[in-house]
Design a protein around this ligand. Structure first.
Ligand code: ATP
Length: 203
């Protein structure tokens, strides 16, 4: 098996941008968020279980998970999140395992897990934790701009995620993304060299 670097960070911290920089260096990137989207897209493997659990109202006209309706339900009824996760998490886990196995010849792989810190399970499954970090105010501004959400909607999402300090405490490596995008490539280049070296010590 390859050395697995778990890449995480709060909403809007810049995980996708960072993951792309690793991919550009030839590193396989397995993104659990991409998997979750595929599972809940029209015809996705999770959609029939979602219909059975929540009814037709939780799917849109194309048969995809209706994210707006789901977000509303979860705020009204927090236990709905657990019911959705009970469907999605085992599917995401087995798809991640499949992709890890398919990339087992790689020197190392990046496994993007937005809620890695919150999930005891994933922390056991990665060899190292890399955290994309920025100030909370920066996160809020980015997500408001990208998702066209009001400040209080972003703050509600942040409230159910780990605090910045908890993420930093769990990090083996911290990627600072509070500044310009141009600040990222030198940091990723440096980590890439470190990860290649780590792998060569292990195996
Ligand atoms: P999510 O948790 O919502 O999936 P993420 O952590 O993957 O988010 P990105 O999608 O990479 O975050 O970045 C969030 C938004 O902020 C995007 O619109 C991205 O283009 C922008 N962004 C990321 N980093 C920077 C930066 N350093 N400067 C300016 N904009 C940035």
């Amino acid at each position: 098996m390859s050395f697995v670097v778990g890449l995480t960070g709060g909403i809007g911290s810049g995980k996708s941008v960072v993951a792309r920089l690793f991919a550009e260096r030839g590193v396989p990137v397995i993104d659990t968020d991409v998997t979750a989207h595929a599972l809940t897209a029209p015809g996705g493997a999770a959609t029939s279980a979602i219909r059975a659990e929540f009814g037709d109202g939780m799917l849109d006209a194309e048969g995809a998970l209706d994210r707006v309706a789901m977000r509303r339900l979860v705020f009204a009824e927090p236990s709905a999140r657990k019911r959705l996760e009970a469907i999605l998490h085992p599917m995401i886990r087995s798809e991640s395992d499949r992709q890890l196995a398919a990339n087992s010849a790689a020197r190392y792989v990046i496994l993007v897990v937005p809620l890695l810190i919150e999930s005891g399970d994933y922390r056991k499954r990665v060899d190292r934790v890399a955290v994309v970090d920025c100030a909370v105010a920066t996160q809020i501004a980015r997500v408001m701009a990208r998702n066209k959400l009001a400040r209080d909607e972003v703050e509600r999402i942040l409230a159910v995620q780990a605090a910045r300090s908890e993420r930093l405490a769990a990090a083996d490596d911290v990627i600072d993304n509070d500044g310009e995008l141009a600040g990222l490539p030198p940091q990723i280049e440096c980590l890439h060299r470190q990860y290649l070296a780590l792998r060569s010590h292990v195996g």
